[in-house]
Ligand binder design. Structure first.
Ligand code: TYD
Length: 129
């Protein structure tokens, strides 16, 4: 996993940032979704993906992303719309401590597939052995 600094085009009319397939992020985007209206302080995620890679940006507000590779856990605090967190497949991840009115954008390398989820932490640990 990796925190990636995105381009920031500063402008008195308002700043602009972007990311493109295989440029700022190391995969081709198949799907984009966003998480919003999360009650302040709440938690989402709590699973791993067998194949899906993802890239998460706090477009607004802030939250923490806790990532576990099966051996160690790292917490990333996202609160800038020009920072993104790249998470490869086979990582357990949780998103928590959302600030009120925060907006999490997630770009994914796959279409939605419920079979790609690993929702049991012990199963994740066993698969990663
Ligand atoms: P899920 O990824 O399980 O969210 P969380 O891990 O935060 O609980 O998604 C919640 C629900 O939304 C689940 O029923 C699947 C559905 N969903 C889609 O239909 N398409 C998508 O692209 C995503 C991300 C979720």
């Amino acid at each position: 996993m990796k925190l990636i600094q995105l381009p920031k085009i500063e402008d008195p009319r308002g700043n602009l940032s972007f990311f493109e397939n295989n440029q700022q992020i190391p995969f081709e985007i198949k799907r984009t979704y966003w998480i919003y209206d999360v009650p302040g302080g709440d938690t989402r995620g709590g699973h791993a993906f067998k194949e899906q890679h993802e890239f998460i940006v706090a477009l607004s507000g802030s939250f923490e992303v806790v990532v576990n590779d099966g051996k160690q856990e790292q917490t990333f605090f996202l609160n800038r719309s020009y920072h993104g967190l790249y998470i490869p497949n086979k990582m357990w991840r949780q998103m928590k401590n959302f600030s009120t009115n925060s907006l999490a954008l997630v770009a994914s390398s796959t279409n939605f597939d419920s079979m790609d989820y690993i929702r049991d932490f012990q199963e994740f640990i066993n698969l990663n052995k």
